[in-house]
Design a protein around this ligand. Structure first.
Ligand SMILES: Nc1ncnc2c1ncn2[C@@H]1O[C@H](COP(=O)(O)OP(=O)(O)O)[C@@H](O)[C@H]1O
Ligand SMILES: [Mg+2]
Length: 230
């Protein structure tokens, strides 16, 4: 009973915030409403957006600068194409300026081990993360920065971008053949023109309640020629 009441109260509050946001046009006024009027708690700081806790199962993504609205626009369009199976849901958005959007809150992945176990299950080739890295050097090669796990999945999706490290596309072909999850996600990224360069632990999360692996930051456009379908 208490939790139902709590839910109704917070749902009402969240609706109130969204209504207020829809009534102003400048990013400055929007930021003021979020940080001053409602004092929402900031839970994320991205490249182009600040992320706030809206209520129990939703977050508000707010552009840091008017030009950053392109990330929200791209994410809204990508969501419509990728669908709920692979991406955190987008519920509502600023359809005029794309300064903000409301997204399903997911559980962030903080442990490599957890992420690797999930990948082992989804990749379906009976190999753990380390075994894959040992057997397929292209998986372990740190293309970006610190070469953390965060980026290694993106190396595979973008095998075409790094032909030197994927001479025969062996791992990608193997995954296309053996993992329905990989194949479907890869092909949807290509079809929906979503940039895979950042995909990995840091840009994915576990769906609350079901534990499914879903993308949470997919606001970039694919670079032509870097990704191709299975
Ligand atoms: N749906 C979400 N649920 C929970 N936390 C999120 C969600 N989306 C983003 N975050 C947090 O906010 C941070 C910034 O969001 P992100 O989408 O990566 O913004 P940007 O595109 O500007 O980098 C993320 O790294 C993550 O920690
Ligand atoms: Mg980000």
């Amino acid at each position: 009973m208490t939790s139902l009441l709590y839910q109704i109260l917070f749902e009402g509050l969240a609706e109130g915030i969204i209504n207020d946001l829809r009534n102003v046009n400048s990013l400055g006024e929007i930021q003021e409403i979020v940080t001053k009027r409602y004092n929402l708690k900031q839970i994320g700081d991205g490249t182009t957006r600040n992320v706030y806790d809206l209520w129990e199962d939703r977050v508000l993504k707010l552009a840091k600068h008017p030009d950053n609205s392109v990330s929200n626009l791209q994410e809204v369009e990508s969501y419509k194409c990728l669908g709920k199976e692979f991406a955190a849901e987008v519920y509502e958005y600023d359809s005029i300026n794309y300064y903000w959007l409301v997204m399903e809150k997911v559980e962030l992945i903080t442990s490599n081990r957890e992420y690797q176990l999930k990948l082992k299950e989804l990749l379906g080739i009976g190999l753990g993360y380390k075994e894959i890295a040992d057997k397929f050097p292209e998986f372990g090669f740190p293309v970006h920065g610190n070469g953390s796990d965060f980026h290694r999945m993106s190396n595979i999706f973008q095998a075409e971008r790094y032909p030197k490290w994927h001479p025969n596309r062996t791992l990608k072909d193997l995954l296309c053949k053996n993992s329905p999850w990989f194949k479907e996600l890869n092909n949807r990224l290509v079809k929906c023109r979503v940039f895979a360069g950042d995909l990995g632990m840091g840009n994915s999360g576990f769906r609350i309640g079901t534990g499914e692996l879903v993308l949470l930051d997919y606001g970039f456009e694919m670079i032509e020629g870097d990704q191709s379908a299975c």
